[in-house]
Design a protein around this ligand. Sequence first.
Ligand code: NDP
Length: 294
Amino acid sequence: MSAGTKGRWPGGATQLAGVVGDPISHTMSPLLHNAGYAALGLDWCYLAFRVGRGDLPEAMRGARALGLRGLSVTTPHKEAAAAAADQRSALVERLEAANTVVFRHGMSVADSTDGAGFLDDLRTGADFDPADKTVAVLGAGGAARAVILALGQAGAAEVLVVNRTAARGETAAALAGATGRTATIEELAGADLVVQATSAGLRGSASLAGAAGDPMAEIGARCRPGQIAYDLGYHPAVSSFLAAASAAGAEVRNGLGMLVHQAARQFSLFTGEPAPLQAMWAAIDLPSGGDPGQ
Ligand code: NDP
């Protein structure tokens, strides 16, 4: 909201953006984007829309017709958004999934900020540059694939992929080029960074191949001092994977920083303005750069 529009907002010139997903009531994206608009005094508003599976192409056509400036895209629509867009970035062509749609000159342009947001947080929040490092990723879904591609492009020496379904693991590992390969849980010990990117982060989920009980806690317990354990999830803030990794002496970080940075990149794509990161961190009650204890 612009300071100059106080008391007269929203108005006819207010620009709209939003997030589509299902479920969506839990999303923190409106908090992050609206805090950014307020910090810069922009006459913009960002809303959450629940869009059922199968309805995404119609929602995108409607959003464009209504003049929305951009959409963030979350589960289960990332593949559908990539397929439905008029244009795709090179990243989206590789990933076949998009978390961002920008409406520009009557066209929908699909992009992906997940991988870059992850790298931003890794570098600024965890002070870790993956260049020449051995990194491991648990999972091969949409988020894992974005992270694997980003780590490969960032110059990681080796990108190890551990996934429940072997074939999906192979496909995902190939995104890192010659440095990517599938690996076993035992090989995680040799990694400088272990990324938990499955949707099985909650206690009691079924197991990855080779682990029993709470598999993520068991895998976290294999971490060691000198390693960074990073969970893309952030609810709960400390997953069983992170709790076990921390107890084993690893440095731990949850996915809130990735969430903030991928949103910051979307903010810039939508508005053309640099994102006010400090205000976006404050919107989720964290100091700039995140909580070192998270
Ligand atoms: P997907 O559904 O695309 O992928 C799920 C992955 O988890 C697959 O590799 C799947 O393996 C694996 N998996 C699911 N259940 C189990 C299980 N019981 N045991 C072992 N492996 C399992 O999910 P996303 O990639 O979209 O999301 C993954 C996580 O990342 C979620 O927690 C999500 O919230 C988080 N995320 C965080 C973001 C952030 O900004 N912090 C951004 C995007 C996502 P298989 O291939 O065998 O099916």
